[in-house]
Ligand binder design. Structure first.
Ligand SMILES: *Cc1c(COP(=O)(O)O)cnc(C)c1O
Length: 399
């Protein structure tokens, strides 16, 4: 049976308090109880449907969480103030001092820095591996390993994780497989492929308007209850809760995600095919030349395509910088980090978003100086965009 993530979102029905077509926004940090006993039960986690305090949960956050859980096919979800605010508590919830994580080495710079520099202070260590080599992944597992961590499509190199293969390893060794699905919402449904937990930075495609940061952990009711436990929950105690006003606005944007992903994918495919033909070193999972093209195809919900992320190697950092400045000047996009915006965004990851990764390690993983990461926008006329980008490249002797 094919998984229909956009249908799952659309089939939810929420009304506002007065019959509004959008749910009412909960504009309160705290909630009254009719009886003292119910307040006690809520603290103990035994009063379903009662709200206590908005760091714990709020109606608006639950609406957004349920929509994202429906999208990913999990029992439930909890939304957070940023993507890092989702990733860090879930890792800390699952790992005690002395525990170990096996992680892909090509992950978001912040996640990499957290696992490499921060969690060792708490006695949690990580082995970083080439996630595309399942035998290397399995060999890195120790008796103290608790978590296998990867991104479905990695940042910035667009490596694709074999989620089914990783899930089998996780099951065999009794680990939790956490997949960061930020780059491929709707296109890839990790739970359907055997993952245990999905995290997202909502900041990117899901919200899509570059007006906020946000995150989510999608998982079992048990995991989410643990994260929110008033006595021991990392989400509750570290306090990375999303604000209700913001979750209401992210929910409204989520409803157009399927249309946006199709357009991002269409435009990125168009540009990747053209620039590859022009002789540029182009990385896009939708190209037959991508080492994991067939793997991506075997995992994807076809309709949404191969996503909006693409990289071009223009030879040197100087050329990359000149090209990015020229493209911005001609309004082809913005020289900015982040992704999933209606405008194309571009940056040179080696000197920006992945600068947490030491230079020698960058070289080893194929992160070259001239690499530009593109988040392709929703341009209505992608042929015009291509012609204008090509003109910039010709002027700079890149093509
Ligand atoms: C941006 C990003 C994050 C971090 O999310 P924030 O919302 O910036 O905290 C995590 N993972 C990936 C893949 C990202 O692109």
């Amino acid at each position: 049976m094919t998984f229909k993530p956009a249908n799952n979102i659309q089939d939810l029905q929420y009304f506002g308090e007065f019959g509004g077509v959008n749910p009412s926004i909960s504009d309160s940090s705290t909630y009254t109880f009719l009886s003292a006993k119910t307040m006690f039960d809520t603290f103990e986690g035994n009063a379903d449907g009662c709200y206590l305090y908005s760091r714990h949960s709020s109606p608006s956050n639950l609406y957004l969480g349920e929509a994202l859980a429906a999208m990913e096919g999990t029992e439930t979800a909890t939304v957070t103030a940023s993507g890092m605010g989702a990733i860090t508590p879930v890792l800390l919830q699952l790992c005690d001092a002395g525990d170990h994580v096996v992680s892909s080495r090509t992950i978001y710079g912040g996640t990499y820095a957290f696992l490499k520099n921060f969690t060792p202070r708490l006695g949690i260590t990580t082995t970083f591996v080439d996630i595309t080599k399942l035998e290397i992944v399995e060999a890195a597992i120790t008796p103290r390993t608790k978590v296998l961590y990867c991104e479905s499509v990695s940042n910035p190199l667009l490596e694709v994780a074999d989620i089914k293969g990783l899930a089998a390893i996780a099951k065999k060794h009794n680990l939790k497989l956490i997949v960061d699905n930020t780059f491929s919402p709707l296109s890839i449904s990790p739970i359907n492929l055997g993952a245990d937990i999905v995290v997202h930075s909502l900041t990117k495609f899901i919200n899509g308007s570059s007006d906020t940061v946000g995150g989510v952990v999608c998982g079992t009711q048990e995991l989410i209850d643990d994260l929110r436990n008033v006595n021991s929950g990392a989400a509750m105690l570290l306090g990375s809760t999303m604000d209700s006003l913001r979750s209401a606005s992210v929910l409204k944007n989520l409803r157009t995600l399927h249309i946006r992903m199709m357009q991002h994918s269409y435009n990125a495919t168009y540009l990747a095919e053209r620039f590859e033909k022009d002789g540029l070193k182009t990385v896009y999972p939708g190209l037959a030349s991508h080492p994991s093209h067939e793997l991506f195809k075997s995992m994807m919900n076809e309709k949404y395509g191969f996503g909006g992320m693409m990289t071009l190697d223009v030879g040197s950092l100087d050329k990359a910088n000149a090209l990015m400045e020229m493209m911005q000047e001609r309004n082809l996009g913005y020289l900015a980090v982040s992704l999933g915006f209606y405008k194309t965004l571009f940056s040179a990851p080696g000197s920006s978003t992945s600068s947490e990764i030491p230079e020698d390690e960058q070289a080893e993983m194929g992160l070259s100086d001239g690499l530009i990461r593109f988040s392709i926008g929703l341009d209505a006329d992608i042929e015009r965009t291509y012609n204008m980008m090509k003109a910039c490249m010709e002027e700079l002797n890149i093509l």
